[in-house]
Design a protein around this ligand. Structure first.
Ligand SMILES: [Zn+2]
Length: 291
């Protein structure tokens, strides 16, 4: 089973959804650092969540989820772009509570003053940042609360992850366009689908493929499946972006760095790529040359 995102529609209804499965990409990401088990599980859920949220956007660009907290867990972020490329990273201090996990609630319990940011960065156009209170005990519940309050689109989200695989499902009741559509709606449909969706178990989400999951849940409905999209690990780092970062820290800091590190070496935390800038290259970013 590979890394996929499968969209689905319930025929003749305003209900749509997505199922995601991540395995190879998750492995690539969580083996880059020596993460504790609970952090691996959290990153798996966050990656699935961003892949699900990315599918609800109609823009070219990327969406990221970012948790920030004080206490032993510092931050985590996961990102997905319109090409289905995902990446993620987390930072925390050793904590025995992170040695075991069933779901994201293990890390959530250790978070102090946490905030979850949803960032949408279109290639062109304005950025958007939503702030979600982390007052539920797992990621899926916090995201559902966000949809209820901010977007006012009835949404159910289920996320699951172990240290090998991760899976997620999102189902939404879209707004009706007109009264005619409103009249045609089967009023029992959404409550029925909601109850069914909640029967999904962690191991079903991580081990079954999308078709099997959808059949198990909604076999009484007519489910339409467009072609699945491939998800993969991908990093957006480049020497150009590193140059921008150097410009942002300023020429004084660059000069100071060059005194003990020449050439300057920059590592991408997401993919471990290395970028080097000779003194000449670094200073030329500021229009200066070695004298
Ligand atoms: Zn990178």
């Amino acid at each position: 089973m590979s890394d996929l995102r499968q969209r689905f529609f319930i025929e003749d209804s305003p209900v749509r959804g997505e199922v995601v499965h991540l395995e190879e990409a998750l492995q690539t990401i969580i083996t880059q650092r020596d993460y504790a088990p609970a952090v691996k599980v959290l990153l798996g859920e966050m990656l699935c969540a961003t892949a699900l949220l990315a599918s609800t956007l109609k823009i070219k660009g990327r969406i990221s989820l970012q948790i920030q907290a004080s206490g032993s867990f510092k931050w985590a972020m996961a990102e997905c772009n319109h090409l289905g490329e995902v990446r993620a990273l987390a930072d925390y201090e050793t904590d025995p509570r992170f040695d075991e996990a069933v779901d994201s609630s293990t890390v959530f319990k250790a978070l102090a003053n946490p905030v979850l940011f949803i960032n949408i960065e279109p290639e062109f156009g304005e950025r958007y940042q939503g702030i979600v209170p982390l007052d539920k005990d797992n990621l899926a519940s916090c995201l559902m609360q966000y949809y209820d309050l901010s977007a006012q689109i009835p949404t159910r989200i289920v996320l699951a992850s172990d240290e090998q695989r991760a899976g997620g499902l999102l189902i939404q009741l879209l707004p009706r366009n007109n009264e005619e559509e409103q009249r045609r709606v089967d009023e029992d449909l959404w409550p029925r689908l909601t109850v069914l969706t909640e029967t999904l178990k962690i191991d079903e989400l991580t081990t079954l493929d999308a078709n099997e999951i959808l059949y198990r849940l909604y076999n009484e409905e007519e489910v339409r499946l467009p072609e699945a999209e491939v998800l993969k690990f991908g990093c957006t780092c480049s020497k150009e972006r590193c140059a921008v970062a150097l410009e942002q820290v300023g020429i004084e800091s660059v000069r100071e760095t060059l005194e003990f590190q020449n050439p300057i070496e920059m590592d991408c935390q997401f993919c471990n790529s290395k970028y080097t800038f000779t003194a000449e290259e670094a200073l030329s970013l500021f229009g200066k040359h070695l004298s």
